[in-house]
Design a protein around this ligand. Structure first.
Ligand code: GDP
Ligand code: GDP
Length: 455
């Protein structure tokens, strides 16, 4: 109760049952003009749909709160089409992919009067890789004469088509009943931002790097209301600490506060604990002890952070112990062992004296901003166009692979898909990745680029 009161005092929405569960998400995909908006407006039951346009987050998608037979769910529309004939199939499929990634149920809308088009087929190819319930909607069936048009859609291989008239509402009740049947109670895939609340931080690092000293320093000296939030009755305990004027949720602090006495197998448990903490967090602060050489274990923990796709900050602790000789060695160790995460911001701190502890929050914020960021499709393609013009892919066997189009398919962390004519050389991929980081400032976040080669 107290926790709840404190959180609402900070202006957070506190749910009745603080269970951090989001409503199930239903995505509507389909090429332009098949009637997606018409159907959505019908489902919402009013023209002036309440549009939940979360700025900066859903630029390519719009989501609506919907309800059927007393069940709440979120409807996600795919938008932002660029009516550019070249590569339109790829674009439509890519946009649909974004919505589908965070959906629990997918509705594929086809214009039954037009029949199956190449674009519909491109979307179906993408959906074949998706292991979620997909319902096929045969739209524009305004009356029963048109039933033969519905049967033709079996050819898509997406199962039984549901005949619907978005315009008149015909067939929608049956469709929605079918949706409820396959829809989970809570979303399994909703993006974490739907959950709200303070940002979640994991303090990780090998034993004795100073995790508990740092937590005590941050919590204690800020005179913050330090609060233990028992996630469950089991071990994980979160603490909410106010830093830089806002609350932060430090996850799984039980193992940090309580010195677990290291018995046999302790390494395994420490590693498991680190893994769970990372998974529950949005950003990981990896502590390193500058009084000792960077070890294999440090590198392994950093790698766990990278692999998890979370935002990251490196904190070099015990800076108060550093002398000139050790400092030189440290710089060499950083060059040797940490070259692969040059992108993570570094802060030099002393958890013991509190020196530089105020540098941590700006670094966390910077990393989380990068982690959250979405590059609008137009800007991304302007950037790709420029670098490809200035630095074309080297000729290979008389051919030159080209990047046709790119899109960011998700954030947290940012993931991109590039549509190309032929495989890009690894060196060229690294070049694109580097320029992408420089241009859009992805400090503190891993990014992922995948290629779709057009056969
Ligand atoms: P979207 O681009 O997929 O969102 O498609 P819209 O909802 O904007 O619809 C495209 C066009 O199809 C509009 O002119 C709609 O009025 C029309 N349309 C949508 N649903 C139906 C339907 O059930 N029957 C008929 N006859 N026309 C429809
Ligand atoms: P944990 O195992 O990562 O939680 O590490 P602790 O916070 O328990 O710290 C391990 C030891 O390092 C303790 O003896 C601390 O007093 C010491 N320590 C932690 N931070 C600093 C620091 O910034 N400077 C110095 N000199 N010692 C520190």
């Amino acid at each position: 109760e107290e926790d709840r009161a404190m959180l609402s005092a900070w202006g957070f929405d506190v749910d009745e049952d603080d269970d951090q569960e989001a409503d199930p998400v239903v995505a509507i995909v389909g090429r332009p003009n098949v009637g997606k908006s018409t159907i959505i407006n019908r489902i919402l039951g009013r023209r002036e749909a309440v549009v939940e346009d979360k700025p900066g987050v859903t630029r390519d998608r719009v989501s609506y709160k919907a309800e059927w037979s007393g069940k709440d769910f979120t409807l996600v529309d795919t938008g932002g089409w660029e009516a550019d004939a070249k590569g339109i199939d790829a674009q439509v499929a890519a946009q649909a992919e974004i919505a589908v990634a965070h959906a629990d149920v997918v509705l594929l809308v086809v214009d039954a009067l037009v029949g199956i088009s190449a674009t519909d087929e491109a979307i179906v190819r993408m959906l074949r890789r998706v292991d979620k319930p997909i319902l096929l909607i045969a739209n524009k069936i305004d009356d029963t004469h048109q039933e033969p048009d519905v049967h033709a859609l079996w050819a898509l291989g997406m199962g039984q088509p549901y005949p619907v008239s978005g315009l008149h509402g015909r067939g929608l009740a049956d469709l929605l009943d079918a949706v409820l049947e396959v829809m989970p109670e809570h979303s399994q895939y909703a993006e974490p931002e739907a959950l709200g609340g303070p940002r979640r931080v994991a303090l990780i690092g090998r034993p004795n790097v100073g995790k508990s000293s740092l937590l005590n320093k941050l919590a204690g000296e800020e005179r913050a209301v330090v609060n233990e939030l028992a996630g469950t009755t089991r071990d994980p305990v979160d603490e909410i600490v106010e830093l830089g004027g806002r609350p932060w949720r430090f996850v799984d602090t039980a193992g940090i506060r309580r010195r677990v006495h290291m018995a046999k197998g302790a390494d395994f448990y420490a590693s498991l604990r680190t893994q769970t903490a990372i998974e529950r967090a949005e950003v990981a602060v990896v502590l390193l002890d500058v009084s000792e050489p960077i070890s294999e274990q440090d590198v392994r923990i950093i790698q766990m952070g990278i692999d998890s796709g979370r935002a990251m900050v490196l904190a070099f602790n015990k800076w108060d112990t550093l002398d000139e000789d050790r400092r030189e060695l440290l710089e060499r160790e950083i060059d040797r062992d940490l070259a692969h995460i040059k992108w993570a911001p570094r802060v030099n701190i002393s958890a013991k004296t509190g020196w530089h502890k105020d540098k941590l929050v700006p670094a966390l914020e910077h990393s989380l901003d990068s982690w959250d960021s979405r590059i609008p499709t137009g800007r991304l393609n302007a950037f790709l166009g420029e670098i490809v013009a200035a630095h074309p892919h080297p000729l290979r066997g008389g051919k030159q692979p080209r990047i046709l189009f790119g899109t960011q398919v998700s954030s947290r962390p940012p993931k991109f898909v590039l549509f190309t004519t032929g495989f890009l050389d690894p060196g060229y991929r690294r070049f694109i990745q580097r320029r992408l980081r420089e241009t859009f400032d992805f400090t503190g976040t891993p990014i992922e680029i995948t290629m779709r080669v057009r056969e």
